[in-house]
Ligand binder design. Structure first.
Ligand code: PMP
Length: 396
């Protein structure tokens, strides 16, 4: 390797290590369930987004097997060039029905759905108005766009601050189009965006709304149809992003909205235009996952029973869950070093949960992020609770 590059990379990595920001992934040796083997150790897994346990649901796995037998394992091309199979089309039709929108376009990830869609729907005559806690893939999509968006120029509002949002809307009337963009469920805090107010303000000031429902998909709304369904805002959210990688258990992202929006993204969404389609087994598995979500209320019921129990038990034991309203349950720690120590101590106790530290969250706002799911048993959560208590007592 080029010596300058080699030494630059080495320096960067050392800096990350010095700042306690260096990441080493742990390796799963079993399916992504509630109790897993990881790095050779049996642990309760509180770090998976497999909210409904669909990643290893027998019907979903069987559908993937059948699709491999019929279609093989690759799509062979970008969607518009020859990589669209009827199974991709079927998935989009199913998702559009599920979301009650005219159309859905699937991307290979939620990240690419954000980074491909946002720049495609705005120009240099437009402004994007964002919640300060929006996900990294929204931020990257916004940065790729030609619109105005910067915090330093006043286009980012404090988290969920609707008065601040209204002020920005009053001050930006000279732009051609105005886009308000928010997470539906915030990925590090687990709270829900005030979507009804956002939609009302957008309607009052003639702006449009995009919501990222990555963590609301399969979690909120009818059969897990997301935050638009949860708040009964059908037809009033212009662009809905969902992920197929978390509760739906496979991989991918989609944009639900009007037929003309889909048409435009087929022509101008760069990850759609330039990246190979999903393997057909992915689409087939996702159709089977939707079948489960639409016909079996049990996984969602278990997810919410576990979520309610876990939050109440943590709160009763004196932990601060930071106002979380969804399965994403942060346990507030504050200090970065202490959060990392807690992560290590939990691992020793047989619990896998990640410390989330700066820059993913603000300085001094470190937390352990936990996610109960339908795949956890009561015994798993009890075990994890006792571990949290022991670790707290030990470290304090
Ligand atoms: N948006 C949010 C809010 C997310 O949390 C994530 C996943 N971390 C994504 C988008 C990206 O989704 P995917 O994993 O499907 O690329």
């Amino acid at each position: 390797m080029n010596a300058r590059l080699q030494s630059w990379l080495g320096d960067q990595i050392q800096t990350l290590k010095d700042q306690n920001l260096y990441k080493v992934p742990k390796i799963l040796e079993t399916a992504a369930g509630g109790r897993v083997r990881m790095n050779g150790k049996e642990v309760v897994n509180l770090a998976s987004n497999n909210y409904l346990g669909l990643a290893n649901h027998p019907n979903v796995v069987a559908a993937a097997h059948e699709a491999i037998d019929r279609w093989g394992v690759g799509a062979g091309a970008v969607r518009w060039i020859g990589g669209t199979m009827s199974v991709h089309e079927e998935l989009e039709e199913r998702l559009a029905k599920f979301k009650h929108t005219e159309a859905v376009l699937v991307f290979t990830g939620g990240f690419t759905a954000n980074s491909g869609t946002i720049p495609a729907v705005v120009t240099d005559k437009d402004v994007i108005i964002s919640d300060e806690l929006n996900h990294a893939s929204i931020i990257d999509g916004v940065r790729l766009s030609a619109a105005k968006y910067k915090k330093s120029e006043g286009y980012v509002y404090p988290h969920k601050d609707m008065e601040a949002l209204e002020k920005i809307l009053q001050n930006t009337q000279s732009f051609e189009k105005r886009m308000i963009i928010t997470d539906g469920v915030f990925s590090m805090d687990g709270d829900i965006a005030p979507l009804p107010t956002i939609v009302e303000l957008a309607e009052k000031y003639d702006a449009f709304v995009m919501v990222d429902d990555a963590h609301a998909s399969g979690v909120l709304g009818k059969n897990g149809a997301g935050s638009t369904s949860h708040f009964n805002l059908y037809g009033r959210v212009d662009i809905q992003l969902g992920t197929l990688s978390k509760a739906l258990g496979v991989v991918g992202g989609y944009i639900a909205g009007s037929a003309v929006l889909k048409d435009w993204l087929i022509n101008r969404g760069r990850p759609y235009l330039f990246s190979t389609a999903h393997p057909p087994m992915v689409a087939a598995a996702l159709i089977a996952a939707l079948d489960v979500m639409e016909n079996d209320p049990e996984p969602m019921r278990r997810l919410w029973d576990n979520t309610r129990w876990w939050k109440a038990a943590l709160n009763e034991a004196g932990f601060d869950t930071m106002g979380s309203e969804t399965p994403i349950t942060p346990v507030y720690v504050g200090d970065e070093g202490k959060a990392q120590e807690m992560e290590r101590a939990l691992w020793e106790e047989g619990v896998y949960a990640l410390a989330i530290v700066f820059p993913t969250v603000g300085r001094g706002k470190a937390r352990i992020r936990t996610m109960p799911s339908a795949a956890h048993t009561q015994a798993d959560l009890e075990f994890a609770l006792q571990a949290f208590k022991r670790v707290r007592d030990r470290l304090s």
